[in-house]
Design a protein around this ligand. Structure first.
Ligand code: SAM
Length: 225
């Protein structure tokens, strides 16, 4: 099974959870972490794209900060919930089904793209192809925000890692048990901050790096021609 199929299946099975549901205050902690940093980057009326939006907590948060926000995800179940929340809130957020590897947007569609939380479900090739797409999709001086954990810091001392780690692709095998639903493959790539920075910087210059927590960084790239 490809990583796309496995990831889509896993997030559809996970569905909507109190800690990810934008309607539940228990999901807010994730947005709170970045709120101060994000609000400095979002200007009123900016067209913002939330990549891998799930049930939309970051999409709604960006709208609250003044953006015209769109979320995209390939897992239908959480995305359907995001649309219902938008309707209830009379939000202008748009939610599109689609794969980050082949975004359905034309040139100059957004001023900001956000890859929130972590990007371990993207291969090295997919992050690079996403960056190349964003060079077209973002406006001049549009920004690409990547939030990333460093797997080396996160996993140092994890004894089973060498058995699960594929040296040639960087893929770490893993699974997640979802109560009452079963066990799902949850593959993950070994990313470091330096590596993500190197890949995206090949196409978009780095503007700033902010450390959010000990092992959580926000990298901001700019679409300069
Ligand atoms: C870790 S979750 C983060 C969700 C959301 N950003 C949040 O904080 O609530 C990752 C999300 O990315 C989506 N995703 C992963 N790979 C994707 C891809 N190639 N194209 C579109 N969505 C993808 C998953 O379906 C999942 O909803």
């Amino acid at each position: 099974m490809s990583i796309f199929d496995a990831t889509q299946k896993h997030y559809n099975a996970a569905g909507v959870h109190p800690t990810t549901d934008p309607d539940d205050p228990r999901s807010q902690f994730a947005v709170d972490r970045y709120e101060n940093h994000l609000s400095k980057l979002i200007k009123p009326g900016m067209r913002a794209l939330d990549l891998g939006c799930n049930a939309g907590r970051f999409t709604f948060a960006m709208e609250d900060m003044g953006a015209i926000a769109t979320g995209i995800d390939f897992a239908e179940i959480p995305l359907r919930h995001a649309k219902e929340v938008a309707e209830r809130r009379k939000s202008r957020c748009q939610f599109n089904i689609g794969n980050i590897a082949a975004l359905p947007y034309k040139q100059n569609s957004f001023d900001l793209a956000l890859l929130p939380q972590n990007n371990g479900y993207l291969s090295y090739q997919t992050l690079e192809s996403l960056t190349v797409q964003l060079k077209e999709i973002l406006s001049d001086n549009g920004i690409f925000i990547v939030i990333i954990h460093d797997e080396l810091v996160k996993r140092a001392g994890e004894e089973t890692l060498p058995e699960r780690y594929d040296i040639q692709t960087g893929l770490i095998e893993g699974s997640r048990t979802i109560p009452d639903k079963g066990t799902y493959a949850a593959p993950w790539y070994f990313w470091t901050v330096a590596f993500a920075k190197y890949i995206v910087e090949k196409h978009l210059p780095l503007e700033q790096i902010e450390q959010i927590e000990e092992n959580r960084f926000m990298l901001v790239f700019c679409n300069k021609s």
